[in-house]
Write a protein that binds this ligand. Structure first.
Ligand SMILES: Cc1cc2nc3c(=O)[nH]c(=O)nc-3n(C[C@H](O)[C@H](O)[C@H](O)COP(=O)(O)OP(=O)(O)OC[C@H]3O[C@@H](n4cnc5c(N)ncnc54)[C@H](O)[C@@H]3O)c2cc1C
Length: 459
């Protein structure tokens, strides 16, 4: 007899389940269909995940794994016949090893929780993003998240030493290495990082940690244009005198609108149509000498005409204000709904040309379109919101073309850090060769022959 979704709680009485009416009131996260599933399971151990998946696999019940539901590409969207596997019950920090600077955590542990536990040992995950209070280590691994510090410590796949995961049939992959070097055949860890829940359910992650960041000086720098911002930030990043911790660019339209909406006084003068580029720059300043060296580096950039203006935050309140303008990016969507979101990356030497070309191409489509841009300037990752405040269906294809044109050829990426989910399946199909897509499909089938894991996502 084939089981239906709603038979699962009876067959697995020791596993926690919630019916739709019990979880419908929760915050759905960043896709309206995230909580459209009929049932939610909240397993508390790897063994429970294994039994749950084996039963779902035998009965072809689709399973969508969800962590913090902060993903931005629709990868956790569900339908009424699907089961949500919520990882909030897998919430233990298993161990921190200060000697080897490693941590093992269950996949539902939130980034902020890992961070504060590691900080107690003078260590940090080396990865940071604005969704830190909700995003889970499992979700961040499954999306191969990047964020603010990626230019220093790499993306999630670079932080992960090993993974424990459950396959669709309930089989357990025990790959929890705590060493950097482990060449033991095909690298399943690296394959699971970024797999968006379509290959297996990550239950534990082993991570390499880094020393916690020193106290920082935070500056809002106004560069004359994008090219000089790229050059100035590169000079700071490549300097032995300065330890650059963050370089977050906010193009004038974004900077003006968000600071206005949040009623945060603009530390540097910027009009929406200016050609200047405000960049939030943070550098190590744990001693008076270090701070002086940072200030000296800023002076040098000013003397070289690479920099127009700079304001260094005088206290925590000012620092928090600078960061809010950068991190409350959803303020743009509140002001201008129905926008199209893009997350691309371009090699730094091509970034100024890319931005100029994008503005031109969008202007040609319609003068009514607004382009709100921010970027992790250390690694060339650009987030764009293109909007008129009204639904954009008639222009979507042309806007897609304007954003994606030439990216792959230049060595960039049409999907930098948010993954494919459902939103970018079409562009993935366009950009990858048939052989490449076919290989991905065969890998998916090898891991999940019945296609029960996050069906319809990525491929
Ligand atoms: C304000 C904000 C800022 C952000 N900033 C950044 C940023 O700077 N850099 C960046 O890279 N991203 C950023 N993101 C998006 C980012 O993808 C997510 O924050 C994070 O990586 C997802 O974690 P999550 O726990 O919320 O995963 P979810 O959204 O719950 O899931 C995301 C994907 O991972 C899968 N998944 C989740 N848990 C598991 C698991 N245990 N095993 C297998 N698959 C799993 C899901 O099925 C889905 O495919 C931001 C999001 C927000 C809302």
């Amino acid at each position: 007899v084939t089981l239906a979704l709603y038979d699962l709680p009876t067959r697995l009485p020791d596993i926690r389940f919630r019916r739709r009416e019990e979880f419908a009131g929760r915050h759905p996260g960043f896709h309206p269909e995230n909580l459209a599933a009929g049932l939610m399971a909240l397993p508390g151990s790897t063994e429970e995940v294994s039994r749950l998946l084996a039963l779902c696999n035998d009965n072809r019940i689709p399973v969508v794994t969800q962590g913090g539901r902060t993903g931005l590409s629709g990868a956790t969207a569900t339908g009424p016949e699907e089961l949500i596997l919520d990882t909030s019950g897998l919430n233990r920090v298993v161990s921190i090893d200060p000697t080897g600077a490693t941590a093992i955590v269950e996949s539902g542990v939130r980034l902020a929780t890992l961070e504060s536990t590691a900080n107690d040992h003078g260590l940090s995950s080396g990865i940071d993003l604005a969704a830190r209070d909700s995003a889970t280590i499992g979700g961040m691994t499954a999306t191969n998240a990047g964020g603010i510090s990626a230019f220093r410590h790499g993306v999630m796949a670079n932080r992960v030493l090993g993974i424990e995961a459950v396959l669709a049939d309930g089989g357990i992959i025990d790959g929890l290495k705590r060493v950097t070097k482990a060449n033991e055949g095909l690298d399943i860890t690296r394959l699971l990082a970024g797999s968006e829940g379509i290959l297996g359910v990550i239950t534990k992650v082993s991570l390499a940690l880094v020393p916690v960041d020193p106290p920082a000086a935070t500056a809002l720098c106004l560069f004359p244009d994008t090219a000089r911002a790229v050059e100035g930030v590169a000079a700071l990043r490549n300097s032995r005198e300065v330890e650059l911790l963050a370089a977050e660019a906010m193009w004038p339209d974004y900077f003006h609108s968000v600071s206005e909406a949040l009623a945060i006084p603009r530390p540097v003068p910027v009009e929406p149509d200016a050609t200047t580029l405000p960049v939030l720059i943070e550098a190590a300043a744990e001693s008076a000498e270090r701070r002086e060296r940072f200030e000296q580096a800023m002076m040098t950039l000013l003397e070289q005409d690479l920099l127009t203006d700079v304001v260094i935050a005088r206290n925590e309140r000012e620092r928090a204000g600078f960061w809010r303008i950068r991190e409350d990016s959803f303020t743009v969507d509140d002001q201008f709904p129905h926008g199209l979101w893009y997350d691309v990356s371009v090699p730094l030497d091509t970034l100024p040309g890319y931005i100029e070309g994008l503005h031109q191409a969008i202007d040609e489509i319609s003068a009514d379109l607004r382009v709100f841009l921010i970027a992790h300037l250390g690694d060339g990752n650009i987030h764009a919101t293109i909007t008129t405040g009204e639904p954009l269906t008639q222009w979507k294809n042309r806007i897609d073309q304007a954003v994606y044109q030439g990216l792959t050829a230049a060595g960039g990426s049409f999907s930098a850090e948010h993954g494919i989910g459902i939103d970018k399946r079409a562009i993935l199909a366009d950009e990858l060769s048939a052989a490449h897509r076919d290989l991905m499909q065969r890998v998916k089938t090898a891991f999940d022959p019945n296609g029960i894991l996050n069906p319809g996502k990525v491929l």
